[in-house]
Design a protein around this ligand. Structure first.
Ligand code: MN3
Length: 246
């Protein structure tokens, strides 16, 4: 009798263990990712759960994109910063003189910075248009919001290989659309069209391939439905202030 109870207890212990193990191996897509700290520095936290963009960007894509790609840029940049105090200031300041640094720093800091903007400006919600000041600036430059979207989509679709499409503000406070290769961005002193980016669209295949395969156009069309104009408005205000100060 005692032996039987002992065997049953062992069996229950193993069954529970299997349960616990299988749970820890499964991503809970309905939760925000846990905070991740590397060498004492906290990784950017996704402001929503993995499945929040599900209607247009599936949860697996968000998880792999954030948890693996974005995080890898972050850890590699932190590694590269070691022993280089000049890199430890504001990311924007380093990006503006990126030509002074290695290819690794350019790619990994670029990758870390660009993805923060990309995640921040998306949200499932009802933010269908920009507000007064930005709306007026878009009209002035592009005629209509639709025209701006079309031009930015075209920039995204004509980017050969991996890269980004941007809406930015130049030194005169005017909006412009551009596209950059790899993890470059308009802040960098190595790109043709320089300015302060306020809208970032990732067109690397890892951003859409699981759901859209080769249909980059469908992904780009749907990106506009996820765009949180409140955040773009905020970035526009900050960009204008920074330009005035310089
Ligand atoms: Mn990406």
């Amino acid at each position: 009798m005692k032996n039987k109870i002992f065997i049953i207890m062992i069996a229950i212990f193993f069954i529970n263990n299997i349960k616990v193990n299988s749970q820890t191996n499964t991503t809970d897509y309905s939760k925000k990712p846990d905070e991740f700290v590397y060498k004492g520095i906290a990784f950017y936290q996704l402001p929503y759960s993995y499945n929040s963009l599900e209607k247009y960007i599936d949860k697996e894509t968000v998880m792999i994109h954030y948890d693996r790609h974005h995080k890898a840029y972050f850890t590699k940049y932190i590694d590269a910063m070691e022993g280089k105090p000049e890199l430890q200031g504001k990311m924007e300041d380093v990006l503006k003189k990126i030509s002074q640094y290695s290819e690794g720093i350019r790619n990994n800091l670029g990758g870390y910075y660009n993805h923060i903007m990309y995640w921040n400006i998306m949200l499932p919600g009802d933010f269908t248009s920009p507000k007064d000041k930005l709306a007026k600036a878009i009209e002035k430059k592009f005629g209509t919001l639709e025209n701006m979207k079309k031009q930015l989509s075209d920039a995204a679709l004509s980017r050969f290989g991996s890269g980004w499409a941007w809406l930015s503000v130049n030194d005169n406070g005017e909006l412009f659309i551009s596209s950059t290769a790899n993890q470059d961005n308009p802040l960098m002193d190595v790109v043709k069209e320089r300015g302060v980016p306020i809208l970032a669209l990732d067109v690397w295949e890892h951003a859409y391939y699981l759901k859209y395969q080769n249909k980059r156009k469908d992904y780009v069309d749907n990106f506009w439905k996820l765009l949180n104009w409140n955040e773009v408005d905020k970035l526009y205000e900050i960009a204008l202030k920074n330009i005035k100060q310089n």
